[in-house]
Design a protein around this ligand. Structure first.
Ligand code: GLC
Length: 791
């Protein structure tokens, strides 16, 4: 399959006549008759369904939209005054359908139209051909390489194992597609945004003005594509509305927000014990160690290698006592092996995917010849969930890592894999294989304990996978391009609903240099998912591998992440409630044309902005200041005032500045008016979050600052049933006085927020009991740290 190729729009046939027929519009071309219908889904979303008469199978089998929004309420069209076609009037949008063109007017006023030849068919393929000359931003699209704004790019929606599909070029920053398919386009025209979500699990191609500037072309290679029109007008509105439609993530367990250490190549129990001891000895906090494929017996899923891992349960329990959780990789490929219980039981239950000849589909993964569970069927999911639950329990594991589920089948043609006992074509579920594996794996956690928060990480995913799992962005390379592109990739994935995501820090393949490794930690230390991972034959890249000076720099930012865990937790809570991503483009907070392309800076929640070094020092400009050599970069400060946490002063925004960054610095700015919880107690592994924090306040003289905190037990899923409290802290400065107000509402017993330690940054002349001036740098060796390792 060649990616990026499209069918010429002139190869499609477009309608010639359209007329209202009952609750739909009938469109006729020379060789087809098609029906167009429209459903009101919510006040902020309408769905247009153009039924392809040549679709090989009727209906839509995408699992993207949450159940309650799948049905919709059919809207009857009104006849157009001037003849053919008709208009659907939904609350969210008015859609005008002609024989071959479509015009959409969102309730907030934005109009999006197709070209005269705007929608049509070519056999089982469908086309949407939008004329958007004023569009300056294209965002979302799930997991993407290269840059943030996809204007001028072409995007394929077909999940692949990147290293297998792009062996010559995966280390570049411009391959496409990757492991995840989320066909969401967020289009920005003028000062407004709207979302077009093409709900289809089939292969799609989108072209954002690459083959023709001003055109946005979408081609679906088969099946039924439903177009959900998602209202703006702001980027935030679109993301909130899209995540309402496709589901928002539950809260992860607190430990999952900490630092994760992984490597393909850790093999023995002794190595894991030594890793834990190394972190403890060096006072580096860590929340989880990860088992890659080497822990297994001959790569058989749900087994342990008895020689290297004689007592996995005892090992995991002992690590947990040190505050370190464990996560193990589970691949879908089950080794064909007579007498291997997992294989035999799957075979007996008939849960493996079939070929057209009715045999089990066979691929090649780590263990050699393998069969694949059919996660798309309830029976397959239950079978898998049973095995995974048993394995997690018996081994005392805390989480599961789902890999090779794109699906990756080695040299065997993936398209031969059929679903539903061989009755359903591959294409119907290819893009959803990883998604359904995540759904099945989530079920394992529910079986074990419905009150426990689950932690899953998957490589492949589809629209709505955040309902089940976090995503990491797959096999990257230890190079500067991949460090740079990890920011737009994580941001676009967040805008597409999957906030909990991140790259392999330090790069997976290739050898990290000390400089790259440090800059990657500094760039990523506030990413939602934060894990160092590398390939087996590369140079080892744990924080201490390059000597004490490099380790100190890495440890500085790791400790700062742990200090900011209460803040990150609040960002995850916001994501759960509203869909707002944890990592956001500047444009999310400031709708300003100047920010449309910025992707080497990002916001963490609404209050912090990070502008890391993502280019090598070699060839860069440096300045000397304060006797320190500093690498220069440009930083765009959006309108308002920003507190520079490296220098300790207010900087006025609305401009771009040149900024010098020392080797041990990660530029980080707090927004005026922010209130940020900063963990105050002894640093330790695991998940101490809200209990002991200082309130860091960023207000200028005479100003105010406000923060919202969500309070619940931080451990169970009780917040879903019993609710949570919301506390709003408002601090107002006036002369030497400061007043603090806390308003806490909700069903729980209140009073968890302690305000006896308030640190005010950048306000002069303040005095008062319990107040401290905030002069401390956030990322620095002088952060007081006590022994971290004991839980
Ligand atoms: C895949 C994964 C990678 C893992 C390796 C071995 O390449 O993406 O993270 O280390 O398989 O399991």
């Amino acid at each position: 399959m060649l990616f990026g190729q499209k069918v010429h729009p002139l190869s499609f046939e477009y309608g010639a006549r359209a007329s209202v027929k009952g609750k739909g519009i009938e469109v006729r071309g020379e060789s087809f008759k098609a029906r167009v219908g429209c459903d009101a889904i919510t006040d902020f979303c309408a769905r247009v369904r153009i039924e392809n008469p040549n679709a090989t199978h009727a209906g839509n089998y995408s699992d993207g939209v949450v159940e309650k929004y799948r049905a919709g309420r059919a809207i009857a069209p009104q006849k157009r005054a001037g003849g053919g076609g008709g208009r659907f009037e939904a609350k969210g949008a008015i859609i005008d359908i002609g024989a071959s063109r479509m015009a959409i007017e969102f309730a907030h006023g934005l109009k999006i139209e197709t070209a005269a030849e705007g929608y049509g068919f070519n056999g089982a393929k469908s086309i949407f051909n939008f004329d958007v000359p004023g569009a300056t931003g294209f965002y979302g699209f799930g997991e993407r390489t290269k840059r943030f704004n996809k204007s001028g790019d072409s995007l394929d929606f077909y999940t692949v194992d990147v290293m297998a599909v792009w062996p010559q070029s995966y280390w570049r920053d411009d391959y496409d597609p990757a492991y995840v398919s989320i066909p969401l386009a967020i289009i920005r025209v003028g000062e407004q945004c709207c979302g077009l979500y093409f709900d289809s699990a089939e292969r799609l191609v989108m072209d954002c003005g690459q083959i023709q500037p001003g055109r946005f072309i979408v081609q679906a290679m088969a099946g039924q594509t439903d177009l959900y029109l998602i209202n703006g007008p702001t980027l935030r509105d679109v993301v909130r509305n899209f995540t309402a439609l496709t589901g928002r993530a539950e809260l992860p367990p607190g430990w999952a927000l900490g630092y994760h250490q992984c490597r393909w190549g850790y093999e023995t129990a002794e190595e894991f014990e030594a890793l834990a001891a190394n972190f403890a000895r060096r006072d580096i906090p860590i929340s989880a160690l990860w088992y890659d494929i080497d822990y297994m017996d001959g790569y058989r899923v749900f087994t342990w290698d008895k020689k290297d891992m004689p007592r996995p349960r005892a090992l995991n329990e002992s690590l947990k006592k040190q505050g370190i959780r464990t996560v193990a990789i589970v691949d879908p490929g089950v080794k064909i092996d007579k007498g291997y219980e997992v294989y035999e039981s799957g075979k007996a239950a008939g849960v493996f995917c079939k070929t057209a000849s009715g045999r089990d589909y066979v691929g090649q993964v780590w263990p050699g010849d393998t069969v694949f569970p059919d996660f798309t069927q309830e029976t397959g999911r239950e079978w898998w969930a049973g095995w995974l639950a048993r394995f997690l329990k018996e081994s005392a594991l805390d989480g599961a890592w789902l890999d090779m589920n794109d699906p990756s089948t080695g040299w065997c043609a993936t398209e031969d894999m059929l679903f539903g006992g061989g009755t359903l074509p591959h294409a119907r579920y290819h893009n959803q294989y990883g998604h359904f594996m995540a759904k099945a794996s989530r079920r394992a956690f529910e079986k074990l304990d419905p009150d426990r928060r689950a932690f899953l990480l998957t490589r492949s995913g589809f629209t709505g996978t955040q309902r089940y799992s976090a995503i990491w962005t797959g096999d990257n390379d230890s190079n500067w391009s991949h460090l740079r592109m990890s920011i737009p990739c994580t941001i676009n994935l967040g805008l597409s609903g999957v906030a909990f995501n991140g790259p392999d820090v330090g790069g997976f393949a290739g050898n990290a240099t000390p400089e790259l490794l440090v800059r990657w930690y500094q760039a990523g230390f506030l990413f939602p998912f934060f894990r160092n991972h590398s390939i087996s034959n590369s140079k080892t890249q744990e924080p201490w591998q390059f000597g004490p000076e490099i380790m100190d720099r890495i440890r500085d930012v790791l400790r700062t992440r742990y200090r900011l865990l209460p803040y990150l937790y609040q960002c995850f809570f916001e994501n759960h409630l509203t869909g707002d991503p944890v990592l956001r483009p500047l444009l999310y907070e400031f709708e300003d044309r100047e920010l449309e392309n910025i992707d080497d800076q990002y916001m963490v929640g609404g209050s912090l902005m990070v502008a890391p070094i993502v280019r090598p020092g070699e060839g860069a400009d440096f300045i000397m200041s304060g006797g320190v050599r500093r690498q220069l970069r440009h930083i765009t400060l959006p309108a308002g005032w920003w507190y520079d946490l490296n220098i300790g002063e207010w900087v006025e925004g609305g401009r771009t500045i040149r900024y010098g960054v020392a080797a041990d610095e990660a530029p980080i700015f707090a927004r005026e008016g922010a209130v940020i919880p900063w963990y105050h107690g002894k640093l330790k592994n695991g998940d101490t979050l809200l209990d002991d924090f200082e309130t860091h306040v960023f207000a200028r003289d005479g100003g105010t600052a406000t923060g919202t905190f969500y309070i619940e037990d931080q451990e169970t899923r009780a917040y879903l049933k019993d609710g949570f409290n919301t506390a709003t802290i408002t601090v107002a400065l006036s002369g030497r006085e400061a007043s603090v107000k806390v308003r806490e509402t909700g069903p729980l017993k209140g009073g968890a927020i302690r305000l006896d330690r308030i640190v005010v940054y950048g306000a002069s002349g303040l005095s008062g009991k319990g107040w401290k001036p905030g002069t401390r740098r956030w990322v620095a060796r002088d952060i007081p740290v006590s022994a971290p390792a004991k839980a």
